[in-house]
Design a protein around this ligand. Sequence first.
Ligand code: AMP
Ligand code: ZN
Ligand code: FE
Ligand code: FE
Length: 282
Amino acid sequence: MIDLHTHTNISDGTDTPVQLINKALASGIKVLALTDHDSIAGWDEAELHLRPGMDLVLGAEISCQTEDGISVHMLGLLFDPSHQELQDVLAQTRENRHSRMSKIIGRMNSAGIEISMEEVLLQLSEGATLGRPHLADAMIAKGLANSREEIFEKWLHNNSPYYVAHYSPTPEVAIALIKAAGGVSVIAHPMASLRGRTVSVESFSSYVEAGLDGIEVFHRDHTADQKNLLKGIAADLNVLRTGSSDYHGTGKLNELGENTTERDQWEALESKANSRRIVRKN
Ligand code: AMP
Ligand code: ZN
Ligand code: FE
Ligand code: FE
């Protein structure tokens, strides 16, 4: 099984990187990508605890926004972590997520929902990328609901009056930066419409022109029709197709390996990185 998109408590997942590695090994995953939101801070711990039997692919899920304000997630895999410009963009996004959270909290407070930044930060592990799921966890801790899903449905979805965007590069800029850092880019769950507006079918060619290497086709937030459509788009545009769990520990229902990437697609994708960066222990 090849699972190319997972999260830990370095962003909004609930497992530590070592817990993720152990669970993935126990689940029989052969290739695992670690892709925390806008951060590579979990790479060292994951690499340290890797054992023989599984390849580790280090990456990140980069938050992007199109010029017309649509949120896009771009998976960057196998890039050189010392590429300064890419790291600067990730740092800027992480930092901006804090002022953005204050604004969301301000809007909620004005509407009579009592929650504070201090309570939200209690839900965040040190140095982790702050996100709406941490606000959801703080609201759960206050007894306002029982699950992140419920909170997102009621208060935190992208069309809610409390929604505020944060600084993000455009998808084209993120793709170019990942490429400049020698990695490969895969657009994550591009048709997950439950999360808000999604990009048009036409925009995929602009991403491919910018250097996009793959499309995440097999993901629980896509319907069967959307998977078929995306498979066709990937074939037409001559890019690879991937599948993944988008595992978040207990933060989401997604189970490791519930969607996977075909071996030939993975090998072709990996060959597009400018250096062999898969981590493997013997
Ligand atoms: P943010 O990065 O702060 O914009 O928050 C987006 C993150 O919230 C996504 O990456 C998901 O992990 C999570 N998320 C989005 N929708 C839901 C939902 N319905 N239930 C649980 N988590 C969600
Ligand atoms: Zn997430
Ligand atoms: Fe995502
Ligand atoms: Fe994700």
